[in-house]
Design a protein around this ligand. Sequence first.
Ligand code: PEP
Length: 237
Amino acid sequence: MKKLIIGNFKMNTTPSEFKTYAMTLATKARGARNNIVVCPPFTHLSLAKEFLSGSKVAFGAQNISAEESGSFTGEISAKMIKDLGATYVIVGHSDRRGLFKESDKTINKKIKTALANGLKVILCVGESLQIRESKQTQNFVRKQIESVVIAYEPIWAIGTGKTATNKDISKMVEIIRKEIEGQFSAKAGKNITIVYGGSVGLKNYKKIITNESLDGVLMGGACLDVDTFALIARENY
Ligand code: PEP
């Protein structure tokens, strides 16, 4: 089964280090059948465009502003990252929710801004999942959902070496699908892409990725080692 393999660098690596990483990963990812995405810091996105374009590896940002443009010093807009060739953006990571106090309302606005700019959204949710109602028409929402990847990431499992059991993951994935089914449609619930994140690495990736309720994984720490990331991304599941 084709899976989605996502690497979230968080605030790690310098642009020079990333350049080497990207060149290596582009080579190692040749022939891989999984969809592979890396999300480095903003400062590396033009390098990602330069060294990953034409390869099997797509790239995205770890965050965007909820605003389109204007007086928001230090912020980066959806349009800016789209212009640099990003296809994805992570929204609502627990680091953003916890450290930067991002509310569901802000996250909801970021999702809309990202989708309006043609980006695919990797929406991270933890134990406190709340799906906000959209005021758009059903078809529009269905289309939006197609561009959203939900990353179920128990906060206690991120960067701790602890992972949820497959039983717990499947249960939560079912809850998320049911919620989407109720809010949108049976088709949307079935088709939404859901990945798991939280200390996925060499020791446990096989067990987690082969969980049939999941469409893939999001890795933080483990994606920083290009050999590990490429090995996990290349495998057939
Ligand atoms: C993350 O940061 O989203 C993450 C899953 O990190 P780690 O794999 O290091 O737990």
